[in-house]
Design a protein around this ligand. Structure first.
Ligand SMILES: [Zn+2]
Length: 77
């Protein structure tokens, strides 16, 4: 389970929510960074399409979970 998926917030989690990039002032280019999953065909395809970024297997507590594809900035939210 991920920190942003606490049981209390699970039910009303908005799937389309994306934080805004502070640099670009838009969330248009912001994609979630996916950690700890087995890299499946589906994930690779999504990364290819620019919908997500695969961050690797291990995830430290303060690892960024969003990346702006416009300016390349990674941030935690
Ligand atoms: Zn940006």
């Amino acid at each position: 389970m991920f920190p942003w998926e606490e049981p209390s917030k699970r039910n009303n989690r908005r799937k389309s929510f994306r934080p805004r990039c502070k640099e670009c002032r838009t969330n248009k280019f912001v994609v979630p960074i996916v950690y700890g999953f087995k890299v499946s065909e589906e994930l690779l395809e999504k990364e290819k399409l620019g919908e997500i970024k695969i961050g690797g297997i291990s995830r430290s507590v303060d690892a960024p979970n969003w990346q702006c594809k416009n300016c390349g900035k990674e941030f935690l939210r």
